[in-house]
Design a protein around this ligand. Sequence first.
Ligand code: ISE
Length: 335
Amino acid sequence: MTVRIGVIGTGMIGRDHTRRIAQVLAGAEITALSDYSTDAARKVQQDLVPAARVHDSGEDLIAAADVDAVLVCSTGATHEPYVLAAIAAGKPCFCEKPLATTAEGALRIVQAEVAHGSRLVQVGFMRRYDAGYRMLKRVVDNDIGTPLMVHAAHRNPTVPDSYGTPMAIHDTLIHEIDVLRWLLDDDYVSAQVVFPRRSSHAHAGLRDPQVVLLETAKGVRIDVEVFVNCRYGYDIQCQIVGEEGLANLPEPMTITLRKQAHLQNEILMDWKDRFIDSYDVELADFIKAAAQGTAAGPSSWDGYVAAITSDACVQAQDSGQIVPITLPDRPALYR
Ligand code: ISE
């Protein structure tokens, strides 16, 4: 079966996913597009999928008879209503992060999916599909004994002026929040944020860097440095310390260059390049499950837990205190 997909939001990532489905992946076609700017959707249609229909609204697209599954790539505040509409229509739905801009909104999605009775939603936490993180997970599960500590870093060379202190959590740390839970098979119980000396490169209104300290239910202690004006590159580090050994996330593959008395490896500058391959794998997973009328991979529950944890981290930024994180019982659908 060819899964007929509608894409809501044809900006940067929506356009890229459209290209991916139209030109790279098998098993699906793009039949519908929508964007708050219809002109932008038409441009993507002309450039990439001339046979697709452009709809006036996301709601129309979700209801369309030639749409079997939906990709929600629009701005974060619109995710919740579109995902809820897709669930109401019984159509599998891939939603970029965040699942919703509030934990309450994410919970409404969880409740709607539970009421539907089977998985329909995949959240775009693509790091779980990255080959390096998958290797790390195998080693954590099999080779280093009980995990005790995690040291991680999430560094961007620079960020725009519109990026404020809470975005370091909602936009940046959110990836570690999800992927570390998955790596450790654990949940968070508390968060604290401490601020080192401020970089002079941080614009007014942004406290940078920050160190986020998370504690898990099994007692693992995690420190994540978030430093979004590090200048030198886009750099993701993750080290897991276990009882029997220590494992590091592999560096991205690069040429090792010996030249003019230096030994060098290039460092990526743009975050869009760092996990580029994992976008293909996550969408292939979505298409495979959507062909069966369901969804796999990171779930609404994962999106909800990420939202609760993010809120606790932002509270910890403001208060300087250790903020407890409590989760409701996980519904059977997500166990
Ligand atoms: C961006 O939205 C991302 O998802 C990147 O992975 C992150 O490094 C960046 O800080 C975010 O703005």
